[in-house]
Design a binder for this molecule. Structure first.
Ligand SMILES: *[C@@H]1O[C@H](CO)[C@@H](O)[C@H](O)[C@H]1NC(C)=O
Length: 384
């Protein structure tokens, strides 16, 4: 071999070694953060088949190939960690506040584990975080006002934890947020002003109270799905609520509403409404039939009285209609039973006259005559 060949071979060897080494050394503060995150988790809850088990710091977290070490649970871009996505292995522990040193994080998903304690406040200062999913853990404490520092957040899911206190009034400043799920926590107080680009709102299964206030829902032109069931919301469900321009699905069941006002829309995409299990009094709103796309309407277990609006029977888009558990009277329109429309649902547990037993809609029997007579203060005419 000539000297020149040997020399060029040597140069090649040196250059490849150096470039490889230079490209893949994870930033030391990121490594320190990952170590702190792992050591805040109980070792006995990290069995050998899990992602975290493969986090062996004798090798570099961001260096490929991930054949034996750092198999999963994180992703990098260059020498920075951009994603923490844990497997639902049942990890027990707390989330280290040093997570905030991972300043390039875009995604955190620790769902379906057993993290407890407070969500570290430092987490809410990650400037690039777009997705934060902590659902189905045991995080407790309040949602701090500093959450407004998550400037890039688009998806925020902390459902099924033990968060308490009220919704922070800084929520509205999360202008990139499109999906918010805080269902099944212990949140109290009123619904605060909501971020204006929100598409899906889920606050089901808390103890939220107060009225639906217009100032909370103003400028929400993208809102499609509202899931507020199983809370303690009160008052009359206001007419403007169903006129939110993009609204498609609304669930307000299992609250303490006492009234509902339905206005005719100019245009509406509303498909499904559930107002079941409240204390709503008055007549079933005929104006629901003015919503062109409405396919599913549930008014079950309230205190509705009077007749089933004939408009419901003429509405061809409607294929689910649950009116059971009220004090509705009269003869239901024959269109419901003609077989021309394929409507399913229930008219049972009311005060209806001759609901044909041949129809699935009438499977559940009507209330005893005496109960109905009492509800109408003895003014009902005897059954024919
Ligand atoms: C039905 O809608 C119209 C128009 O929006 C409104 O004026 C009327 O009060 C509504 N009816 C009821 C019973 O709420």
């Amino acid at each position: 071999m000539s000297t020149t060949t040997l020399l060029s071979l040597l140069i090649l060897l040196i250059s490849t070694t150096t470039t490889t080494a230079a490209a893949i050394t994870t930033l030391s503060s990121d490594i320190a953060a990952l170590k702190a995150i792992k050591s805040s988790i109980k070792p006995t809850t990290i069995p050998s088949y899990t992602c975290l088990y493969s986090w062996d710091f004798t090798s570099d977290p961001c260096s490929p190939p991930h054949v034996t070490h750092f198999l999963c649970g994180l992703s990098c871009s260059g020498n920075r960690v951009t994603q923490l996505t844990f497997d639902p292995a049942g990890y027990v522990g707390t989330l280290s506040p040093l997570v905030s040193k991972l300043t390039q994080l875009i995604t955190i998903d620790l769902s379906d584990n057993k993290f407890s304690g407070a969500i570290p406040n430092s987490l809410f200062f990650l400037p690039n975080l777009q997705t934060l999913i902590l659902g189905s853990n045991s995080f407790s404490g309040v949602i701090p006002p500093s959450i407004s520092n998550l400037r890039s957040i688009q998806t925020l899911d902390i459902s099924r934890n033990s968060l308490s206190g009220s919704l922070p009034n800084t929520l509205a400043s999360l202008t990139e947020l499109t999906r918010l799920d805080l269902s099944f926590n212990k949140l109290t107080g009123p619904i605060t002003k909501l971020p204006k680009n929100i598409i899906q709102l889920a606050l089901k299964g808390n103890s939220l109270n107060g009225y639906l206030q217009k100032q909370s829902f103003t400028e929400l032109t993208q809102l499609e799905v509202v899931e507020l069931s199983e809370n303690s919301l009160t008052g009359t469900i206001p007419g403007w609520f169903f006129l939110i321009p993009s609204l498609q699905q609304v669930n307000l069941a299992h609250n303490s509403f006492t009234g509902v006002e339905i206005l005719k829309p100019i245009n509406s995409n509303l498909i499904a409404v559930d107002l079941g299990f409240n204390r709503i009094v008055g007549y079933p709103p005929a104006n629901f039939s003015a919503y062109p796309m409405l396919a599913s309407l549930t008014l079950s277990y309230n205190k509705f009285r009077g007749r089933i609006p004939w408009e419901y029977s003429k509405k061809t888009t409607l294929n689910r209609l649950f009116l059971d558990g009220n004090y509705l009277i009269g003869l239901p329109a024959k269109e419901f039973f003609s077989g021309k429309t394929s409507i399913s649902g229930s008219f049972g547990d009311n005060c209806l006259k001759s609901c044909p037993v041949s129809s699935e809609l009438c499977l559940k029997s009507q209330k005893p005559w005496s109960i109905c007579q009492q509800a109408y203060r003895g003014k009902l005419k005897p059954k024919s």
